[in-house]
Write a protein that binds this ligand. Structure first.
Ligand SMILES: [Zn+2]
Length: 189
């Protein structure tokens, strides 16, 4: 995390749901995202076994419409947190993949890995429904290959969220890979 995050650690005595022996430590981190908004990251960790879990909650609503860009080039970048609001369009141009705005697209809180996994699932299902001699198969297989490389941090790509209403977030692992471009008034209707 950066110097902009503030840690507050609280230890609880409830037992680990996995090993039933360890105690769960809860770390709460308030993270200031660009534009002065705040996110609360909550991490649960067992002091005995490997159990851990994360959650992220927006503390304020980002109402600044704009374009969020994250450059992903290694495994660390894959852990960057993503929140796509229902009005946000998510896109990976290098893979020709996108999620159009809409309440039914299930890309909410996740990380970059989670997004690649869901894309891989969707493309695989699409591939299965094609005839063996379909002209698209070659292209689809290339995308699947690139997606697999991407999920190991071996394929560089850009993740873009265009949000005309505000509310979407990217919390980068490496802030130097992230940029936010505010929409000017003239670009809005
Ligand atoms: Zn445990």
């Amino acid at each position: 995390m950066s110097e902009k995050s503030k840690n507050e650690e609280v230890e609880f005595s409830f037992k680990c749901p996995t090993c039933k022996k360890g105690k769960i430590k809860i770390t709460k981190t308030t993270y200031d995202v660009p534009d002065g908004d705040k996110m609360l990251l909550i991490k649960f960790e067992c002091d005995v076994c490997e159990f851990s879990n994360n959650d992220v909650i927006p503390l304020t609503t980002n109402n600044t419409p704009g374009i969020m860009t994250l450059r992903v080039s290694n495994e660390k970048d894959l852990k960057s947190k993503i929140y796509r609001s229902p009005v946000g369009r998510l896109e990976i141009p290098e893979l020709e993949l996108f999620v159009e705005p809409g309440p039914n697209a299930d890309f909410y809180y996740t990380n970059v890995e989670g997004i690649l996994f869901r894309f891989e699932n969707a493309v695989s299902i699409y591939r299965k429904n094609l005839d063996d001699d379909d002209v698209q198969i070659e292209e689809i297989d290339k995308i699947l290959q690139d997606l697999q490389k991407a999920s190991k941090g071996e394929f560089k790509f850009t993740l873009i969220i265009t949000d005309s209403g505000g509310g979407s977030y990217i919390i980068p692992t490496d802030e130097s890979k992230y940029s936010f471009e505010k929409f000017e008034n003239k670009e809005l209707n």
